[in-house]
Design a protein around this ligand. Structure first.
Ligand code: HEC
Ligand code: HEC
Length: 162
């Protein structure tokens, strides 16, 4: 029992830690976690928040994920189910360390009545997913999915959709 509550505390601590604005992180010269990615460049600017995700370089993508996606989207997941997503982290979307979430998350069938069937089978989850997709589009700086053109960030931004 104590082991379980201990690990839950650790997980919550991590999750809350990830919500802190980056400025509150101690930046001592010995803080290797902050300097290793830039090849010793300690003056690396913060990622450009106005750029869409796909235009960012690898460091910028990491920064967008840790500084924006984790706190903002994490809050949504915990709001949906605080117990299940107490340990919300990269692996919630990047299942089994998949580089792209769609390679790890379940494939979903929306065409040919698939959407309606899912909405009937899992109404709460589908309502949540329906809010998650535009929120994720926003934090990624990508246009939301537009059913008229079939373009933009939607369910297919995280899942393989058929
Ligand atoms: C809410 C879901 C979600 C969470 C949580 C999340 N990611 Fe992502 N991540 C994505 C999606 C979706 C993409 C793919 C975007 C695209 O289509 O290019 C992505 C892409 C990436 C990429 C770029 C991959 C590439 O090669 O283009 C990196 C790097 C990455 N994530 C790292 C992380 C790290 C590190 C964390 C935890 C700090 C994290 N992600 C948390 C959804 C998430
Ligand atoms: C930001 C990434 C993201 C987006 C966008 C997204 N999902 Fe999800 N979805 C997830 C994650 C993460 C899970 C896994 C939840 C879990 O297992 O705890 C999931 C699970 C699901 C499941 C349950 C699958 C199963 O077999 O358990 C369905 C159905 C689903 N999503 C449908 C949708 C639909 C429909 C949309 C678009 C309206 C959508 N998702 C958009 C991340 C996303």
């Amino acid at each position: 029992m104590s082991l379980h509550s201990l690990s839950l505390v650790a997980v919550l601590g991590l999750a809350l830690g990830a919500c802190k604005p980056p400025e509150t992180k101690p930046t001592t010269p010995g803080d290797t976690a902050d300097t290793k990615a830039g090849g010793g460049d300690t003056t690396k600017p913060p990622h450009d928040a106005s750029k869409p995700f796909h235009e960012l370089d690898q460091d910028g993508k990491m920064a967008r994920m840790t500084e924006v996606v984790m706190p903002k989207i994490g809050e949504m997941f915990r709001g949906y189910d605080a117990t299940k997503y107490a340990g919300f982290d990269c692996g919630t979307c990047h299942v089994n360390h998949a580089q792209h979430p769609r390679d790890g998350l379940p494939k979903i069938k929306l065409s040919g009545g698939g959407y309606e069937a899912l909405a009937k089978e899992k109404p709460e989850l589908m309502a949540f997913m329906g809010q998650l997709a535009p929120a994720m589009a926003q934090v990624m700086g990508e246009p939301p999915f537009d059913p008229k053109t079939g373009q933009g960030f939607g369910c297919g931004g995280c899942h393989t959709v058929e």
